[in-house]
Design a protein around this ligand. Structure first.
Ligand SMILES: *Cc1c(COP(=O)(O)O)cnc(C)c1O
Length: 414
């Protein structure tokens, strides 16, 4: 017989409680993250339980009234809050040094929620032009439908160019670094200084670097958005996203999302929360494999250039060294033979997967010019560093020499 649940005790701890690591001697975020968890139930389970429930009950009408009046922290409905989701958010906040956060069903709903909650008709958003394809669609196609104007600056823009693009209506600056798939690196401190000077919200997509590689809030960002689908899950299983950052801004995003409904599923949150425990060890290996492969591919006869933030040949190497702890898990290179060689390369791979995702234990190859960015004109692709023969490798956790060997044999045929 299992231990019987004592309902009285059980009910006490299940508000949106944050796990208590403050009164311990832990100094490192990795320890705090591992030890942040929803309160243990009377079953004394060691792993965090999964709260797969749509709603939560109240003992009496007064408690229910108070919960709806926001007078307490009680969970009401999983579109608003859920203990499994809260654990994931709290852990991500530990890693990003963020005050608060809200988790969403995908990276795109985090991006969209952060825009719609904080921007209104007549406002202007200034964005780097090298951004995720769907983010570009939201900014350039959908925001204008609601009267929100936009403009872009290049990933290599200097401080004066960023500042010149600001208008009196600019409410948010948005950037992604390293960029997908061009791997350009934007100086977060430089842009945050400009944002602060003009009282503009800086919102940074930290999907590629992960909080293990860089913490934009420490560099002056107000908000960080994530696609948890990528490195945070890291095993290609679930979609998820999050926005973390300044408490006042997160509150507005929470109010918008609790009414409009892009909330993260408790099941996905439970998977992602467990994934965060191993993010650091996984990223250490992804990044050391990536650096090894980038280094070995340099100078290859079939390749024009290899791009990786921690190669000294990267155009933004100095910025990468300043703001990143590692070079990330993505390596790009350009085949001399252009689009046709790109296709041949993909068709010649024996081990690497051909798939749209990235940030998996399995290494993945993609050819942006013929797939994700095929609809762009040649000039548009050039503007965001996507050349015809560009190959993007998401370096997995297979042995580095097996990954390299597969790439080399495919290069020989391309
Ligand atoms: C994948 C991705 C997104 C979107 O995330 P989804 O979880 O697919 O919605 C946003 N930004 C970057 C940089 C991405 O790679």
């Amino acid at each position: 017989m299992g231990r019987r649940v004592n309902l009285i005790i059980y009910k006490q701890g299940f508000n949106k409680l944050r796990s208590n690591f403050n009164n311990s001697s832990m100094k490192h975020n990795q320890s705090k993250l591992i030890r942040t968890r929803v309160p243990q139930t009377p079953q004394h389970e060691h792993a965090s339980p999964l709260f797969l429930t749509s709603s939560f009950t109240f003992d009496n009408a007064e408690d229910m009234r108070a919960a709806f009046a926001d007078e307490n922290d009680a969970n009401i409905y999983s579109r608003f809050s859920n203990p499994s989701v809260q654990e994931f958010v709290d852990r991500l906040c530990v890693l990003e040094n963020a005050e608060d956060g809200f988790a969403t069903a995908s990276g795109m709903s985090a991006v969209f929620g952060s825009f719609m909650a904080l921007l209104k008709k007549g406002d202007h958003i200034l964005s780097c032009n090298s951004i995720f394809g769907s983010t570009h669609t939201v900014i350039s196609k959908y925001l204008p439908k609601y009267g929100i104007d936009f403009s872009y600056v290049g990933a290599s823009a200097n401080a004066a160019e960023w500042e010149a693009a600001i208008t009196p209506q600019t409410k948010m600056i948005y950037l992604e670094t390293p960029t997908n798939p061009g791997l350009d690196v934007v100086d977060i401190s430089m842009v945050s200084a400009i944002a602060k000077k003009h009282n503009i919200i800086l919102n940074v997509d930290n999907c590629f670097a992960t909080p293990i590689g860089q913490t934009p809030i420490d560099l002056g960002a107000d908000l960080v958005v994530h696609s948890a689908t990528k490195w945070i899950d890291g095993q290609g299983r679930v979609l998820g996203g999050a926005v973390v950052g300044r408490k006042d801004l997160i509150h507005d995003i929470y109010l918008f999302c609790r009414s409009t409904g892009p909330s993260l599923s408790p099941f996905n949150a439970w998977v992602l929360s467990k994934s965060l425990e191993t993010l650091e060890v996984r990223m250490d290996r992804h990044c050391s494999n990536a650096l090894y492969i980038a280094d070995k591919l340099q100078g290859h006869a079939k390749i024009n250039f290899v791009k990786y933030p921690f190669l000294t040949t990267h155009p933004h190497y100095a910025i990468a060294q300043k703001q990143m702890k590692n070079g990330g898990g993505i390596v790009c290179f350009e085949l001399k033979g252009g689009v046709e060689s790109g296709r041949t390369f993909l068709n010649s791979l024996k081990m690497l997967s051909m798939t749209a995702n990235l940030g998996d234990t399995r290494s993945i190859a993609s050819h942006p010019a013929s797939t994700t960015h095929a609809k762009l004109s040649e000039a548009e692709r050039q503007a965001v560093s996507i050349t015809p023969g560009l190959i993007r490798i998401s370096v997995g956790l297979e042995h580095k020499d097996d990954i390299l060997a597969d790439i080399l044999q495919a290069l020989a045929l391309s």
